[in-house]
Design a protein around this ligand. Structure first.
Ligand code: DGI
Ligand code: FE
Ligand code: FE
Length: 403
């Protein structure tokens, strides 16, 4: 029986790790492969933004799913103190007394192996398999392998394989820029986004693909329009364009659920609907959408709140909240309604005036329909009316009956 062991920080685990493990497994044909994330790597410090170990273990488990016969081991995470490989191998030896243990490592690790804690223990308990991390170092590697065989009676396998061209450090730097997805299996990327590890923000093409799955097909064009308009407004008013896009992509993510569905989502997230929301379930998707986006896609507070307030608004809205509110109301694919063109123009001239008119038009519409008015909608219109007054700006003239 042969067991392949692959230790590392896996912070996060990426295609480079997976390809290495697959190549090694293909060459060595182990009966089992373990990815072993280190709790405290002895040779380097973990990056400051390293997620808690349950997250690292979960990501490593997902990565292991990409490798046949592989699972993650929490052996090092469960120990205290530095994660010495010699201790890990002792533990593995106890569990598998008769197996050949093969420890997989990169070139640099092999070259520095003698400076590790108890190298003689490592080399007596396990064989070592090594990759040429960079091409052109074969001579160096072979010399080192010969030395370890000679001095310790070690078994060293030198594996042919693609050099790994990406590092976890680089990926961590890319993730907050909405990049780096191509270096990660989808399961790991999804996990990172859902928990917003490493300050990650979603790649927007990926987010569209994921978020549109929750929409009725007929709503996709509206959401596309809302995103385009939110971007234009963000550029006009100096908000973060990609955050505006992210909020717009997600703003109606629970819209398709009927009353029962909405109430179930409320229950799941501990949302208590007020009496207006219970009376008119169209209002519920703002609150449920915000909670769903935060849970499924890790939407941070400022984006979740833009979703939360996109239907009624609220007094004192943030810039991003106003942008999403207006983008929803005036996007290019909106069915025409009275005042639409006026609000569109106003949104690029005076955000407060556009908010006020948009809300005033909604109130007029609801009154005409005999629909109950949510106090948030009324209060928000009053808020913006007062704000205009304070600025000395007259509200936009518009009468409900003349369009
Ligand atoms: O989800 P969308 O259709 O894209 O747009 P939305 O989230 O702004 O929802 C619009 C609906 O919400 C529209 O039919 C008017 C309704 N609405 C907005 N404020 C109120 C309201 N309905 C009631 N009953 N009371 C309100 O105060
Ligand atoms: Fe909506
Ligand atoms: Fe909408």
């Amino acid at each position: 029986m042969r067991i392949l062991l692959y230790g590392g920080s896996f912070n996060p685990p990426h295609w480079g790790h997976i390809r290495s493990a697959r190549t090694a497994a293909a060459a060595l044909e182990p009966d089992k492969t373990f990815l072993i994330p280190a709790a405290i790597p002895p040779h380097k410090r973990l990056a400051a933004e390293t997620p808690d170990w349950p997250h690292r273990f979960a990501m490593t488990s997902l990565a292991a799913g990409e490798i046949p016969g592989c699972q993650a081991s929490d052996m090092e995470l469960c120990r205290t103190g530095p994660s010495y490989t010699s201790d890990t191998l002792r533990q593995m030896r106890e569990r598998y007394p008769a197996a050949e243990l093969v420890f997989l490592m990169g070139t640099d690790m092999l070259l520095s192996l003698e400076s590790w804690h108890e190298p003689e223990v490592i080399l007596s308990l396990a064989s070592v398999a090594v990759f040429a991390r960079e091409t052109g170092r074969e001579r160096e590697i072979n010399a080192c392998a010969a030395h370890l065989r000679e001095k310790y009676g070690a078994t060293v396998y030198v594996l042919e394989g693609q050099p790994v061209t990406v590092s976890s450090t680089r990926i961590r730097a890319l993730l907050p820029e909405r990049q780096g997805r191509e270096y990660l299996p989808d399961s790991v990327y999804e996990y990172i986004i859902r928990h917003r590890l490493y300050g990650a923000r979603p790649d927007l093409a990926w987010l569209r693909e994921r978020a549109y799955m929750y929409l009725k097909p007929t709503r996709v064009e509206h959401v596309r329009g809302a995103e385009a308009m939110a971007r234009r407004l963000a550029l006009r008013w100096g908000a973060d364009e990609s955050d505006a896009a992210e909020a717009a992509i997600l703003h109606d993510c629970t819209k398709k659920y009927d009353r029962d569905g909405q109430l179930r989502i409320c229950e799941k997230y501990g949302i208590i609907p007020d009496k207006w929301e219970l009376e008119n379930d169209r209002l519920l998707h703002a609150g449920t959408g915000a909670a769903f986006a935060a849970d499924q896609f890790g939407a941070p507070e400022h984006i979740a709140s833009a979703i939360r307030w996109h239907t009624t608004g609220r007094p004192g809205m943030t810039l991003l909240e106003q942008i999403v509110f207006l983008a929803d109301a005036i996007e290019e694919n909106r069915k025409p309604y009275p005042a639409l063109e006026t609000i569109r123009k106003a949104a690029f001239r005076d955000l407060d005036a556009a908010m006020e008119l948009c809300l005033r038009r909604t109130l007029a519409f609801l009154e005409e329909q005999g629909e109950p008015i949510h106090p948030d909608t009324a209060r928000t219109q009053e808020f913006y009316l007062k704000k205009l007054e304070d600025k000395g700006v007259a509200p936009i003239e518009w009468a409900a009956q003349n369009g």
